[in-house]
Design a protein around this ligand. Structure first.
Ligand code: ADP
Ligand code: MG
Ligand code: MG
Length: 887
């Protein structure tokens, strides 16, 4: 096998397609050389050798030594210098380079090949003593740190003392003699710490550095990084050995880093920094303040030191040409490292540049419009998840923050407001026009009105899929959940962070700020900036829509959410959870009367009161979604969720509902369940109390007829029966719904098209989908419950162990966030197949949290579902992800 690949001087053994073999850096160096760019000659030892290195017990076989000798000869041939030659020495850099840029890998060693003899040769050929000794002292310092792993601080200290002794401030003030003395001191430090003299043999230096790069692949830091980023250990790293070029040879020399476009905003402007008379990482190390690349950037920043465009106009012109050439060649924004040696430009690295979501969007759209890439490529290039950042307000990055604590980033966006500890107060204060942040230990369905009224939600308990997190995401409210270091005393209206003298207190009415994107909780108001959905966003979305097959709907209950969803491009509602309509303060009393009723007659009286309210809800929703499908799920949660839990509430609730406190308490006790999620809920309510579903169905059809009469544009209600396990359940419930429909249609003299279907959220339902599809006209996969019931993991309690499960690799990702394709996905596939066999063309969709997750959406595309339904703010993410899945 060949392990060494040369580049430069008109030779390129590899190219950009060889990233796996040569690592990103090596492949791109070869590529740049092959398209005629000025790249210092060098060679890459391939990633394949990395494995051999470990197999050989960290030794170098003769075959490799021979190949490396050929590589060195190549560099010598191109440069006319000789490695280790005392007259005109060749110096090289040794650079690591995995497939993906990877922290934890060995840092670059520059100026390798210097020793007590060659330093004199360098001084003679360059005519610059100071430069030669500065290079030598840099080399020893780097080699000692990176390869020998000696105490970094002692070298820094020696340098500082040398400067202090002379009363210097800058490194550049050190003279050749000073530096020569420093080199002697450095060598003594090495010998003292390493028990061996600093290697004078340049080949020993080279193999030491090469070994250190391969060795760093198994460093603890690299291992941790690989684990966190799913990088297989088998990939290995490559090593690049390259002729040095010197940015530290006086005022016509420089080193710099640049982006071909602005990586923050995406503007088409060269962007970067450079330093005159500097080497390597001086630019990023912050030893001196780097200068701007362009005149325009310098002027905008109001900075004095000349930009590269002004200081070195000719080289800058060349660089600008290289930027354009690289962009055209790679068809993407590039992140570049370069050096200028005495007026001559050298390219040292290029790669696709990292960018913010905003820049990604702008660059993709601009490049498609410039004709550099196709529209499909533009669609493929933007990370759907990153759009999340763009759709919510963010904290002003320049504002001061007084961070109290950090919780989980449960729902993105930032908000400031007064601290409030219960939902009723939140609603009252919000109604009075104030911004509130609702703070709860955890939230329950009873908090819906408070969450709606609040600008943001903070909880002390609960994970990324806790009630607070799911509901907040659905509403587009920022939320920080599971902020474990806070303790809340809701009764006293106070929250405490930390203990003892370091403790802080936030009382009701105090202003706080939460950032649901980072999980930070701050005291006081931090100004937020509204997102601007620029033209680029709209453009990319239109292109995405042109590509995707899957329809995208929204999970929404309120007209407000529905409108937001439509603005974001939802093509209907995939899940309207009717119980959310019952928690409203005005209605909950009637709901409670219904629950407390002793018999059907009593329940019907209470339901009569709810009918007009429900009808009004649906009218509003249908108006917003005129002409589009709206899936309405009939009542799903266990009834006791609507009853009070706190002793203190009972009297008030009993009075409002017009019953005796004892009756209320007895009913609450009767309704108590040990495992309510598997209890008396879903269609089980409809089976035992059909009058509830009957009322809901009537409200739906009356509203549909009314909207159709008014606007002529009839909605398409899809009545969904939850938690069905058997054909018979659905059959019974369909009779109830159909009867209500017939009654309304006869009464109003108008017929509306509608469907009755079910949610598939129990494994049995998935398996029996063939039978169930004989009755049901559509399936919507309720993947939150389906995940819960298939894994046997309660999503409300999973936070305690799920993180550990993900860390240990038991599940690749949180299965409530990204669908467990292997397990739960199999049930969905089975259900889709059996459902279609029984009822060809049966409408299939997904409405769990997964409907807004790109990986889950890709799965939905692969099995040919008809639509996904996501929370309103995730609709654009779903549209883009659906398009990418179709590409
Ligand atoms: P990283 O992956 O950390 O960016 P690099 O291998 O790119 O490490 O090296 C860091 C810097 O060292 C480069 O940006 C460049 O300034 C300098 N450098 C590396 N090789 C050479 C070389 N052959 N000549 C001059 N400078 C070099
Ligand atoms: Mg580095
Ligand atoms: Mg680099």
């Amino acid at each position: 096998t060949q392990y060494v690949y040369r580049f430069g001087g008109g030779v390129s053994d590899g190219g950009k397609g060889d990233k796996n073999l040569l690592g990103g850096k090596g492949a791109n160096l070869a590529e740049m050389a092959s398209i005629g760019l000025p790249v210092p000659p060098g060679f890459t030892i391939s990633t394949e050798f990395c494995e051999v290195y470990y197999d050989e017990g960290r030794a170098f076989p003769q075959a490799l030594r021979d190949e490396v000798a050929t590589g060195i000869a190549h560099i010598e041939g191109v440069t006319g210098k000789k490695f280790g030659d005392a007259g005109d020495p060749l110096l090289v850099s040794v650079r690591s380079g995995a497939r993906a840029s990877m922290p934890g890998m060995m840092d670059t060693v520059l100026n390798l090949g210097l020793n007590d003899e060659t330093v004199k040769g360098l001084a003679a050929t360059s005519g610059d003593d100071r430069f030669a000794w500065d290079s030598y002292r840099r080399f020893i310092q780097m080699y000692a740190d990176v390869v020998l792993e000696l105490d970094h601080g002692s070298f820094e200290e020696a340098l500082e003392i040398a400067k202090e002794d002379k009363g210097y401030y800058l490194d550049t003030e050190l003279t050749a003699e000073d530096l020569q003395a420093l080199v002697a001191e450095y060598k003594a430090l090495v010998e003292a710490q390493w028990n061996k003299p600093f290697p004078q043999d340049v080949h020993d230096q080279l193999w030491g550095a090469v070994g250190a790069v391969f060795g760093s692949w198994q460093s603890e830091r690299a291992k941790v990084y690989r684990r966190l980023n799913d990088i297989p250990a088998a990939w290995g790293t490559a090593v690049n050995v390259q002729a040095m070029v010197f940015g530290n040879m006086g005022d016509t020399s420089a080193t710099g880093v640049a982006f071909t476009r602005d990586p923050a905003k995406g503007d088409r402007a060269y962007y970067g920094e450079f330093l005159i008379n500097a080497q390597g990482e001086d630019v990023v190390a912050g030893i001196r303040t780097p200068q701007y690349l362009t005149k325009a950037a310098r002027e905008t920043a109001n900075a004095k030191p000349a930009s590269m465009e002004e200081a070195m106009p000719v080289v800058f012109g060349e660089l600008a040409k290289v930027f354009d050439l690289l962009e055209t060649h790679y068809r993407d924004m590039q992140d570049i490292e370069f050096t200028v040696q005495q007026g001559k430009l050298w390219m040292l690295q290029t790669r696709s540049g990292k960018r913010t979501a905003k820049a990604a969007l702008k660059i993709a759209v601009d490049m498609a419009e410039e004709g550099l890439i196709t529209r499909e490529e533009a669609v493929a290039r933007v990370d759907p998840q990153a759009l999340d950042q763009l759709l919510h307000p963010t904290l002003d990055p320049n504002a001061v923050r007084d961070v109290l604590t950090k919780g989980l980033p449960a729902s993105p966006g930032a908000a400031s407001g007064m601290a409030v500890f219960d939902s009723d107060t939140a609603e009252k204060r919000a109604a009075a026009g104030e911004s509130v942040i609702l703070i709860r230990v955890e939230t329950s369905p009873e908090d819906i009105h408070g969450m709606h009224a609040a600008k943001g939600i903070l909880t002390a308990r609960g994970g990324m899929t806790s009630h607070a997190a799911v509901v907040a995401r659905g509403m587009g409210r920022p939320c920080v959940s599971g902020a474990g270091t806070i303790s809340i005393d809701a009764k006293a209206g106070v929250m405490r962070v930390g203990t003892g003298s370091a403790g802080r207190e936030i009382r009701e009415g105090d202003t706080i700020t939460i950032d649901g994107t980072t999980g930070e909780v701050m005291a006081g108001a931090v100004p937020t900036v509204q997102p601007e959905l620029s033209g680029d966003f709209g453009t990319l979305m239109v292109w995405a829509d042109g590509v995707r097959r899957l329809r995208v709907r929204a999970n929404a209950e309120t007209p407000l959410d529905a409108r937001v969803a439509r603005e974001f491009g939802a093509e209907g509602i995939g899940l309207c959870r009717t119980e959310h309509m019952f928690f409203d303060a005005a209605r909950i009393t009637a709901v409670r009367q219904m629950i407390l009723a002793e018999d059907e007659k009593g329940r019907r009286i209470a339901l009569e009161k709810l009918l007009p309210e429900q009808r009004a809800d649906f009218i509003q929703l249908f108006e917003v979604m005129a002409g589009l499908p709206v899936t309405i799920r009939l009542l799903d949660p266990p009834l006791h969720e609507f009853l009070p839990h706190e002793e203190s509430e009972f009297a008030e609730v009993a009075a409002a509902a017009g019953v005796d406190v004892d009756i209320l308490k007895r009913r609450a006790a009767e309704l108590h369940e040990f495992n309510p999620m598997l209890g008396h809920r879903g269609c089980r309510l409809g089976v035992t109390y059909p009058e509830i579903y009957e009322m809901q169905a009537r409200a739906i059809f009356e509203a549909a007829v009314e909207v159709a009469d008014k606007s002529g544009d009839a909605p398409i209600p899809e009545v969904m029966i939850p938690l069905v396990a058997t054909r018979r359940e659905l059959e019974l419930m369909k009779v109830v719904v159909d009867k209500a429909a017939q009654a309304v249609f006869a009464d109003k003299g108008r017929t509306i098209e509608y469907l009755v279907g079910t949610m598939i959220e129990l494994p049995r339902a998935a398996l029996m989908a063939g039978e169930i599809a004989e009755i049901g006209e559509f399936f919507s996969f309720g993947t939150n419950d389906l995940t819960q019931t298939t894994l046997g993991v309660s999503r409300d309690d999973a936070a305690r162990f799920l993180t550990t499960y993900v860390e240990r690799g038991i599940y690749a990702k949180d299965p409530f966030v990204s669908l467990d394709v292997e397990g739960v996905g199999q049930l969905i596939e089975i259900a889709a197949e059996r459902g279609r066999a029984a009822r060809p063309g049966i409408k299939l969709g997904i409405c769990g949290e997964h409907g807004g997750d790109p990986a889950s959406i890709a799965f939905c595309e692969s099995i040919g579902l008809d639509y996904v339904s996501a929370s309103p703010y995730r609709v654009p993410i779903a549209r883009l992800a659906a398009a990418q899945a179709a590409l």
